[in-house]
Design a protein around this ligand. Structure first.
Ligand code: C2E
Ligand code: CA
Ligand code: CA
Length: 553
């Protein structure tokens, strides 16, 4: 197979010498990859080349972003959007790419076109605004990291059976990577291991078992990423994973022997690239400044709530049978004039601890009900979900206030769902039940959020008038490779059916998880696979696109 359509190389002319140099290096690498394809290189070589190109693109993006930030470039937002989209598309394509020469050759062509399109965007945007740039500002930002310096991620296999090691190394080689095997766990723990390494660890070995290996390395300060492998009971894998997680040791996956070859090759190549991208740090540009907690003061939070700095992003919930949008969950963000967009985990707790949560919730309710007119203008009447905190359940006047507000804006309370976590109710059971019952009587729906993570989930379900059960995303995300998580998801769906509640799975990130949930009879799904939370102005566009893509029933 040969790739005949080598796209014409663009003019390298952003007007910024450093960007031009990096672009040139990137294009040279792409050109080399094309030569490899034309020369009939092996699948493994091509895969390796494709991975290197993605890592180089991420590294190039990081430098490009830093240069443009330093210049205070007016087109920074356009460039970051182009970077984000390009990288996300590349990863999606790579993850769904079959591992044969033709498919990888096509992927390299796709990658070439995407990167060239991006380079053209930059060149157009940068040259348009002139080229009077001080090299003194830019040079130190680029640092010593050359574009093609590859961060090393070593892979180790620790298994007492040589045959298993040989088989796994063979599969890893097919993925264009290499690995080192150890049949003795005792010897392995004396080997220097970096936190960026990937370890396939057999749990049952005669000299030292897998748990002891993880513990010993942990005590020495080595916390690599593990893939736990076992020929025995799935429960052993599961509880070993729990042990690791209790210590914050990352376990990327658990594998039962015998291992499915194709799946394994795909998996290792995805994990390897993910780890390398994390090493290039800003693989996906972060718009949010670091250490927000230090930067956002209580005073700033008060001002934000009072001076319209809170904004809502909306995440759709889809009916799994009809694929129709049933509603949107409103998720609050703080749009700070200097600190940028700040996520709720950085300020909700602060609001709760400083008696500001009531004001915040009122503001969220006001914003959501205001935004509703935009949904209506677009010809849709979706349900809206709003999150409340434990402390809101102490405010006995809340049900009346919410009902009045909804009425004033002509929104039937039946369209509004109030989401709260089960731990929220625990704080004051009698007041909580008072408020929840009155919310229900006024027509609001009630959702028990993060279900399964609290300690008395069943009691809460029994006592409070919930209408919806949201299965916690930690179970949903793992259900395909953790049997225990799958059992919990199954039971939640059954429980919801028995109690006549709507079951919602959140954290749905892939087609495979969607398919499994559909098969289990889950009612609604929410997650990045469907859409990330988006600003209201993008929602109507999203709804139209969804309607256009939907197969007719
Ligand atoms: P939550 O209510 O459990 O909301 C789901 C969180 O998971 C959201 O994070 C959402 O962006 C994220 N998410 C959704 N789908 C996926 C997925 O497929 N994968 C992954 N990895 N994550 C996904 P966000 O917006 O950062 O909100 C975090 C938490 O902050 C929320 O958790 C909720 O407890 C709280 N929160 C958000 N808005 C409000 C609010 O207006 N009031 C109160 N009291 N709490 C809020
Ligand atoms: Ca929620
Ligand atoms: Ca949740």
């Amino acid at each position: 197979m040969t790739i005949k359509t080598w796209p014409s190389a663009p003019e390298i002319n952003s007007g910024v010498a450093e960007i031009d140099t990096r672009q040139l290096q990137l294009l040279q690498l792409i050109y080399r990859a094309h030569l490899l394809v034309d020369q009939g290189a092996s699948t493994a070589e091509l895969l390796r080349q494709a991975q290197d190109l993605i890592v180089c693109a991420a590294s190039y993006f990081r430098q490009e972003k830093e240069v443009m930030q330093a210049l205070g470039h007016p087109n920074l937002a356009t460039v970051l959007t182009s970077q984000n989209n390009t990288l996300q598309n590349l990863l999606d394509q790579f993850n769904s790419c079959a591992f044969n020469r033709e498919a990888i050759g096509n992927f390299i062509l796709f990658l070439t076109n995407s990167l060239i399109a991006h380079v053209k965007t930059i060149d157009n945007n940068v040259t348009l605004t002139g080229k009077s740039l001080s090299h003194k500002i830019i040079a130190p930002l680029l640092g010593p990291e050359p574009l093609n310096s590859y961060h090393a991620v070593d892979i180790y296999i620790v298994d007492d059976e040589q045959q298993h090691i040989d088989l796994m190394i063979e599969m890893i080689n097919i993925a264009g990577l290499s690995a080192t095997g150890f049949t003795s766990a005792k010897l392995f723990i004396d080997h220097p291991i970096a936190n960026t390494d990937i370890i396939f660890l057999d749990l049952s070995m005669p000299d030292l078992d897998g748990i002891e290996v993880m513990r010993t390395l942990y005590d020495k300060g080595s916390i690599p990423t593990y893939i736990l492998v076992s020929g025995f009971d799935e429960r052993v894998l599961h509880s070993a994973r729990q042990f690791a997680e209790a210590k914050n040791i990352p376990v990327a996956k658990t594998l039962s022997k015998p291992i499915n070859t194709q799946e394994f090759i795909h998996y290792i190549s995805q994990l390897h690239i993910k780890t390398r991208l994390q090493l290039t740090k800003a693989c996906v540009p972060q718009l949010q400044p670091a250490n927000i907690q230090e930067q956002l003061s209580l005073e700033q939070l008060k001002i934000a709530i009072r001076e319209n700095q809170l904004v809502l992003f909306y995440q759709p919930k889809l009916n799994m049978k009809s694929r129709q949008v049933t509603g949107f969950e409103a998720l609050v963000r703080l749009q700070h004039p200097t600190l940028g967009l700040i996520f709720p985990d950085q300020f909700i707790a602060m609001a709760e601890q400083n008696n500001l949560i009531s004001e915040l919730t009122n503001e969220v309710f006001r914003l959501a009900t205001d935004d509703y007119s935009l949904f209506r203008a677009a010809g849709v009447n979706p349900g809206i979900s709003i999150n409340i905190s434990a402390q809101n359940l102490l405010d006995l006047s809340m049900p009346e206030r919410f009902a009045k507000l909804a009425d004033a804006k002509n929104i039937p309370t039946e369209m509004i769902t109030i989401e709260l976590t089960e731990t929220a109710i625990l704080k004051s059971v009698s007041d909580s039940l008072d408020i929840l019952n009155r919310l229900r009587m006024k027509g609001f729906s009630l959702s028990i959020d993060d279900f399964g993570t609290g300690y008395s989930s069943l009691v809460q379900l029994y006592q409070a008038p919930f209408t919806e059960l949201k299965i916690d995303q930690s179970f949903v995300m793992r259900m395909l490779d953790d049997d225990e998580a799958l059992s919990i998801v199954k039971i939640c769906i059954l429980l919801a059916k028995e109690l006549r509640l709507t079951s919602v799975a959140e954290g749905v990130e892939s087609q495979q998880v969607w398919d499994k949930l559909e098969q289990l009879g889950c009612d609604l799904a929410q997650g990045y696979f469907i859409s990330k939370p988006i600003p209201i102005n993008d929602c109507c566009e999203w709804i139209k696109r969804e309607a256009a893509n939907k197969p007719l029933h």
